[in-house]
Design a protein around this ligand. Structure first.
Ligand code: SAH
Length: 219
């Protein structure tokens, strides 16, 4: 990747990116660390070149295989909610997709574990993170319903596809004061939840109404 591609021009320039950050602020995102990481992470490198000119619009975009890159506001909101509270070292991400959310997380926590069920999507994400020199991410192709027990417990788990019910395994892989940020529900009626664990209690808080692709069962 050359510097020109990384910096972007026209609709992918820093000015265009700065405008997106202002929009996120207007919509209520207040975590400066999250805003700064999103200001400097080149979202246009995570989508098809044909769509690059739309990379800094606040919308979801197709990434192939019937999947989408999440809307920037949603990435910011989920990340902000995830970071609230005790500092986070280890995060499990379910649904790597194009890897944009992964890249944002990698710059805010010590270690990211990311699982995805579609191998070519994950392979592309792996390459992009390497290009950006983000080395604190470990990937695995698997069904995220089961989490990733080998590295549990996690201080936080972030799920970017919606199950109809919260998978129990994910709750069990949270650390004692861990939190799970997850969209739940059928298409058309999904709600974002943050579930905070305090020892054996799980406190659910309902946040925004959202629209995610479904968390598919099986590989
Ligand atoms: N954060 C990603 C979101 C991609 S969409 C991005 O911004 O690009 C959600 C992703 O979850 C898709 O890539 C989809 O393949 C994946 N997914 C769906 N069901 C899954 C499952 N059971 N296990 C792991 N990944 C899953």
């Amino acid at each position: 990747m050359n510097l020109m591609q990384l910096q972007g021009i026209g609709m992918t320039s820093q000015r265009t990116r700065d405008r997106l950050i202002e929009r996120l602020r207007d919509k209520g995102i207040v975590n400066e660390q999250v805003l700064e990481v999103m200001r400097t992470t080149p979202r246009h490198l995570f989508i098809d070149e044909a769509l690059a000119s739309r990379a800094y619009e606040d919308t979801a975009l197709p990434i192939g295989h019937g999947q989408t890159i999440s809307q920037p506001y949603i990435v910011a909101r989920m990340t902000e909610v995830l970071l609230e509270g005790a500092p986070i070292k280890k995060v499990l991400e379910v649904g790597t997709g194009c890897g944009y959310q992964t890249a944002v997380l990698a710059q805010l926590v010590d270690q990211v574990f990311s699982v995805e069920r579609i191998p070519p999507l994950q392979e592309q994400a792996r390459q992009r993170l390497a290009q950006l020199d983000l080395r604190n991410v470990i990937f695995r192709t698997t069904d995220g319903h089961w989490g990733w027990n080998a590295f549990a417990p996690y201080d936080a788990i972030l799920v970017t596809a919606a199950p109809e019910e919260v998978p129990k395994e994910l709750l069990l892989q949270l650390s004692e004061a861990g939190r799970l940020v997850i969209p739940v529900g059928q298409a058309g009626q999904q709600r974002l939840f943050v579930i905070r664990r305090l020892a054996d209690d799980f406190h659910h808080e309902a946040l925004d109404w959202v629209s995610f692709v479904p968390l598919v069962k099986g590989r």
